[in-house]
Design a protein around this ligand. Structure first.
Ligand SMILES: Nc1ncnc2c1ncn2[C@@H]1O[C@H](COP(=O)(O)OP(=O)(O)OP(=O)(O)O)[C@@H](O)[C@H]1O
Ligand SMILES: [Mg+2]
Length: 452
């Protein structure tokens, strides 16, 4: 049951609309002058005002202004006898909710009123986010769950020394972000932060990328090249996907960790660097040690300090803060102003399984903001996006996604080479461990073992 105020000098209109909306169960107030209308407005604070633009004592636009200045709580629907573009634009600019023409069609008025009431209801159910006045800081870790608080404490301790750190966690949990924050808060934050992704480089190039090479070290080495270790200098070397480091290099890297000395490929000179090593992985390294895929001595050396980043589904209480943070960031970047959530959106988010963790949450919010047609993220929209994501997760991958094509390509090559993994890895230009992890990740099965 809602309150509707009708301000019009035509008595037949007042009577008709009053009868119509009272029958629908609303409270109706009516006024035949602007002055009376404004008094009723102040006294009853109606949900919807139907306001004639031509009144005997008032210009409707002025009354609209006065209402908005007084207390803009209602949705105001303007009524006029003229097809006048300028007054329409003007009244919309002044904050009118809608605009209808005379002669009044009761159906149209009802539709406009119902739309306005629906929006009011959504407005009341939403949570307004804090306003953003400066660009968001990309290097802040959001979270106040106990699990994340422990991580913060650990980061605080680590900032004061150069001990190696191993960050373990599922994809998208924020491992790289944590590494950057550790570096940014350390005593050597002015020194470089260098990233090296062990999975992104072909095995044959890994060694020279990491340790550097001298001119003439191998065919194609036409100049001396610094390795990532040299580039990190006295800063931080972030070794991403450390589980993919081939065994041969694991030994060489261990030597570097122990002595802080290394030699470039084809070089004779011993080079000294003092960079802090932060390694990250989404694989279970101790299981890899048991399977003989990872050197135990290197594992022990790396995991002196381990940060285990919990998956998002184990810290659902972080979701509201993360949503707030990401919406501010997204609005800033896209120039949008989507800052409200319909009630229930957070519950929907909490019910999602989050296989892609925080990165997935951010992506979902970007899509929701782009699709939003007002300042509000609606529960239906979020549900749509989430269920599309669940569908992709269930079927594995969407057909046109890069990972899907990668999976198909690997599968074809494996079948072509009769599942000879060494040859397949060589053909694909990736390392054997990378191939193994991709087989595992995409759950690729040899044809004789596949169930049909
Ligand atoms: N706690 C957090 N607060 C704010 N932003 C976060 C948080 N965790 C992750 N993010 C953001 O989510 C995205 C993914 O994080 P990041 O790249 O650090 O994940 P990752 O663990 O390295 O993932 P992957 O294993 O796939 O490489 C980044 O944009 C990061 O800034
Ligand atoms: Mg990462």
């Amino acid at each position: 049951m809602s309150k509707i105020l009708i301000i019009d000098d035509e008595h037949s209109i007042l009577e008709t609309l009053e009868m119509f909306f009272s029958e629908k169960g609303h409270y109706v107030y009516k006024a035949d002058t602007g002055e009376k209308g404004f008094k009723l407005y102040c006294r009853y604070k109606p949900d919807v005002v139907i306001l004639d633009i031509r009144l005997p004592d008032y210009n409707g636009l002025d009354l609209l202004k006065r209402i908005q200045a007084h207390e803009p709580i209602s949705k105001v629907i303007m009524v006029t006898a003229f097809q006048d573009m300028e007054t329409t634009i003007e009244s919309m600019k002044l904050g009118a909710y809608d605009y209808i023409h005379k002669p009044l069609d009761v159906d149209k008025v009802e539709k406009a009123v119902n739309r306005a009431l629906h929006i009011l209801e959504i407005d009341r159910e939403t949570t307004l986010l804090a306003e953003m006045t400066k660009p968001p800081n990309p290097e802040v870790i959001i979270g106040r769950s106990d699990k994340m608080r422990n991580t913060f404490k650990m980061i605080g301790l680590l900032c004061q020394n150069r001990a190696p750190v191993l960050i373990q966690g599922e994809t998208g949990t924020g491992k790289e972000l944590i590494a950057r924050v550790i570096h940014r808060n350390s005593l050597f934050d002015k020194e470089p932060f260098v990233t090296f992704d062990c999975a992104a480089v072909v095995e044959s190039l890994l060694e020279s990328e990491l340790f550097g090479h001298e001119k003439g070290a191998f065919t194609g080495a036409t100049y001396t090249k610094k390795g990532k270790i040299d580039l990190a200098g006295n800063g931080t070397l972030f070794l991403d996907e450390v589980g993919e480091l081939p065994k041969r290099l694991q030994g060489k890297f261990l030597g570097f960790l122990q002595r802080h000395e290394h030699m470039r490929v084809g070089g004779h000179q011993i080079l000294k660097t003092n960079c802090r090593i932060i390694a990250a992985t989404n694989r279970n390294i101790s299981a890899m040690v048991r399977q003989g895929l990872f050197r135990e001595d290197l594992f022990f050396r790396l995991k002196v300090v381990t940060i285990q980043v919990p998956p998002l589904k184990d810290r659902l209480s972080d979701i509201p803060d993360l949503v707030n943070h990401f919406l501010q960031k997204i609005n800033w970047e896209l120039g949008t102003d989507v800052s409200n959530l319909q009630k229930g959106v957070l519950d929907s988010l909490a019910a999602h399984p989050w296989p892609g963790n925080v990165r997935e949450l951010e992506n979902i919010l970007v899509e929701a903001v782009v699709r939003a047609r007002s300042k509000v993220i609606l529960i239906d929209e979020i549900e749509d996006i989430l269920s599309a994501n669940r569908h992709v997760a269930n079927t594995g991958l969407s057909t046109y996604s890069l990972p899907h094509m990668e999976k198909e390509h690997i599968e074809k090559t494996l079948n072509l080479l009769k599942w000879n993994r060494t040859q397949t890895a060589r053909r694909l230009g990736i390392s054997l461990p990378t191939l193994r992890s991709k087989i595992e990740k995409y759950k690729i099965i040899p044809p004789d073992k596949a169930k049909f």
